[in-house]
Design a binder for this molecule. Structure first.
Ligand code: TYD
Length: 215
């Protein structure tokens, strides 16, 4: 008789520019793999071939002229495809899915910063995400100024994309947006102080994963 496969766990990382999400995604993936768990690392916008096409359009800035509502519709479209053609399959195979940004980025960037009404964001979430919500969402919190300084250090000599070139005030609004989500959903979200050294952030993340999901 075939053994039933355990459904995988779903972990997302959120945060503003320069919060070190990608590094933490990789460290956690490595640790979970070492503990014997199959891991699938992905990102948004993107993560499936069709969603990666939408990513290109979004990051090129061409959608910006239509405003944040149009952007949130496109982020949601990409997300629906990503879930259907990548995330769900991985979870059903028992993989631990780690995603760099997910639904909370739309709430924070297009909602809190862009002013798209919450009711619209909720409706898009219901249509696209449905029950596929993360088991844990790490919100890597860093003051906007510190985060932006890190990004410009990292991107020296490179052009910043449209999103990265938005100013400080917008970024504080995004930060506030993420912190509000954490207040609203403490069962899912964990705020981690991302101004700490990388290794300490990684420890906080790992401790939470051990406590909440026992890999
Ligand atoms: P990316 O180059 O992946 O940068 P980062 O390292 O910050 O994740 O760019 C993704 C950008 O898209 C980022 O500025 C946040 C933005 N974004 C939204 O505005 N809404 C969303 O729903 C998502 C997923 C991302």
């Amino acid at each position: 008789m075939q053994q039933a496969i355990e459904i995988g766990r779903f972990i997302t990382f959120e945060g503003g520019e320069g919060s070190g999400k990608s590094t933490q995604v990789n460290i956690l993936a490595e640790r979970l793999s070492r503990s014997g768990r199959p891991v699938f690392v992905t990102r948004e916008p993107g993560g499936s071939p069709a969603a990666e096409n939408i990513r290109e359009v979004l990051l090129s800035g061409q959608v910006a002229q239509f405003g944040p509502l149009a952007e949130s519709v496109l982020f949601a479209t990409a997300r629906a495809d990503h879930i259907e053609n990548a995330i769900q399959g991985a979870l059903q195979q028992g993989q631990w899915v780690i995603c760099d940004r997910f639904v909370d980025s739309t709430r924070a960037y297009q909602g809190a910063m862009g002013g798209v009404p919450r009711a619209l964001i909720n409706a898009l979430e219901q249509l696209t995400v449905g029950p596929v919500m993360p088991d844990i969402t790490f919100i890597l919190d860093i003051p906007a100024e510190e985060g932006l300084a890190r990004v410009s250090a990292r991107a020296e000599g490179q052009d910043l994309d449209r999103f990265e070139s938005q100013e400080l005030m917008s970024h504080e609004r995004i930060r506030r947006g993420f912190l509000d989500i954490a207040d609203e959903e403490p069962g899912r979200c964990v705020v981690v102080d991302a101004s700490q050294p990388e290794a300490m952030v990684a420890e906080d993340v790992w401790e939470t994963v051990l406590q909440r999901l026992n890999p």
